[in-house]
Design a protein around this ligand. Structure first.
Ligand SMILES: Cc1cc2nc3c(=O)[nH]c(=O)nc-3n(C[C@H](O)[C@H](O)[C@H](O)COP(=O)(O)OP(=O)(O)OC[C@H]3O[C@@H](n4cnc5c(N)ncnc54)[C@H](O)[C@@H]3O)c2cc1C
Length: 497
């Protein structure tokens, strides 16, 4: 049988028994309602299928045991930590095989405030780690995802190379990873970075010669099962605020933000989260028949067509005030020089408090507009985010969706994370078809421009992207074959077998 095309095995009662011998009867199930409940959590997974069984290992040894059985029996295995990445932690092929739910492995193992990292297991949720640090180490913040539900995990977000509450300052979540412990499909356990040396702490992420940690970040569960992650913690400063500026177009949003962000080693180092977007972001957080659907009403409420928020953290009140003043000076000088309007949006203290709340639940209500929503997120150089926003908004309107756009800075606006929120009707096949067409159409345009999808889906982004990068894809396949010789890990994801 070739590696690329294979007939996967089904999970038989005998296999369930063997798995139960490894994890215990209570931790493996084939109950249909439970299997479907995992699918329903993957709210944004247009391509997800139902697993044949769910297994919840409690230790590295149990993960090894389950993977060994799956490798022998050629059963697909999909790892999930919080399962909230929008269907990306669900199987994509039939038979669905084993969904390995790692939520039972939920210990915070170590906090080192000198080397400044925390070691967590996969099941440690953002809400839990945030509360734990607040109580035990109030001077330190874990980089939890900014907008994901508190039930998403910090490790899941790191694997996804997502954006955290300090991404504007520290880069994508993958940049904060100091080391990983991974169980390979073969049952071997490896560690990355300095952690690879037995007895060493995860203090240095590049480790022993060429680093292989990057193979597991962005891998969507196709390369190995991560059982521990050491991730940086940051000073959690007492003095915080949010300042916002309004614009009437995405290009001023882009250019003003870039000017402010280039003050690295100065004011832009205090801007931990820099994120903005357009007025439909406000509108689509409500059922569509209960709110005005045109800009005029929102304009009356003082909402700009576009805006950018700068969340500022500082050690002292003076430092905070100074940063806010400097941001304002740049904004004023930008207005004067360009003649474009970028007024400060005076936020109500309640608005500031709600924006400072972590982990916030700001992104959850988008399902209210219609019956579903999908984040189709892209990376562009910061200088591309204005054009990206313009094209995507036009396309969303062309395909009959509200033009909802959210944009955030990564690492002092070196890059942008651009996230259109496609509010569609998940109960209507026609609406789903339009989402797929919109995705295909925009992907073709954006790849030509050299922009990258944040979390490639298996049917559109991954094939379109990787067929353009043939040598890279071919090498990835070879590496996958070494790490997962029987091709059991999340087959179908990432255009990998
Ligand atoms: C409303 C909403 C808001 C969101 N806001 C944000 C945000 O602000 N920032 C952001 O970055 N993301 C956001 N997301 C996306 C996502 O929720 C986060 O990235 C989240 O942290 C993913 O963590 P998780 O534990 O749910 O991952 P999962 O869904 O469990 O997994 C993510 C991927 O990694 C694989 N995987 C999971 N665990 C393992 C493991 N242990 N070993 C190997 N592979 C594994 C899975 O198969 C999947 O492909 C949002 C999602 C929603 C629904």
């Amino acid at each position: 049988m070739s590696y690329e095309k294979r007939d996967y095995g089904k999970v038989t009662p005998e296999i369930v028994k063997r798995i139960a011998n490894v994890v215990g009867d209570k931790y493996v199930t084939t109950s249909k309602p439970i299997l479907y409940s995992y699918l329903s959590k993957g709210i944004m997974g247009l391509e997800s299928v139902v697993a044949d069984c769910v297994v919840r290992p409690k230790s590295v040894e149990e993960v090894q045991g389950v993977l060994t059985i799956a490798s022998e029996e050629l059963i697909p295995v999909t790892p999930a930590s919080g399962g909230l990445s929008g269907g990306f932690a669900c199987p994509t092929i039939e038979p669905g095989g084993i969904l390995m739910d790692l939520s039972e492995m939920n210990k915070i193992i170590e906090v080192d405030t000198d080397a400044r990292y925390i070691v967590v297991e996969p099941g440690v949720r953002s809400g839990e780690v945030w509360a734990y640090m607040k109580k035990k180490y109030p001077g330190w913040a874990p980089p939890v995802p900014d907008g994901a539900p508190p039930a998403a995990t910090i490790l899941g977000d790191a694997i996804e190379r997502g954006f955290s509450l300090v991404t504007g300052r520290y880069g994508p979540q993958a940049d904060t990873v100091m080391g990983l412990e991974v169980v390979l499909a073969t049952g071997d356990v490896i560690r990355t970075g300095s952690w690879a040396l037995p007895g060493a702490k995860p203090f240095y992420k590049w480790g022993l010669g060429p680093d292989i940690g990057g193979l597991f970040l962005g891998s969507q569960g196709t390369m190995g099962v991560i059982t521990k992650c050491a991730i940086k913690i940051m000073p959690h400063l007492e003095h915080k605020t949010v300042v916002a500026y309004g614009m009437d177009n995405p290009y001023d949003m882009q250019d003003l933000t870039l000017e402010i962000s280039k003050y690295e080693m100065g004011m832009s180092d205090h801007c931990v989260m820099v994120q903005g977007g357009n007025w439909p972001l406000v509108m689509t957080r409500w059922p569509k028949d209960r709110v005005p659907n045109d800009y005029e009403a929102y304009q009356k409420m003082g909402i700009s067509q576009w805006w950018m928020n700068f969340e500022v953290w500082a050690w002292t009140k003076e430092e905070l005030d100074d940063t806010v003043k400097r941001i304002d000076d740049v904004a004023k000088s930008y207005e004067k020089r360009t003649g474009h309007q970028t007024p400060q949006w005076k936020l109500h203290p309640k608005q500031i408090a709600s924006r400072l709340l972590k982990p916030n639940k700001i992104a959850i209500p988008y399902a209210l507009w219609d019956a579903g929503f999908l984040f189709i997120t892209w990376y562009t150089p910061w200088k591309g985010c204005g054009e990206f926003s313009e094209i995507y908004c036009q396309k969303m309107e062309e395909y009959g969706f509200p033009p909802v756009m959210w944009v955030a800075s990564i690492d002092h606006a070196r890059e942008a994370i651009c996230m259109p929120i496609v509010c569609y009707d998940a109960t209507d096949k026609e609406s789903i078809k339009r989402v797929k067409k919109l995705n295909q159409d925009t992907t073709e345009i954006f790849l030509e421009k050299g922009w990258l999808n944040y979390r490639m889906d298996p049917f559109c982004h991954a094939p379109l992207t990787l067929t353009k990068a043939k040598e890279y894809h071919s090498l990835l396949r070879k590496i996958k074959r070494i790490l997962d010789p029987n091709g059991i890990l999340h087959p179908g994801r990432l255009a990998l077998p």
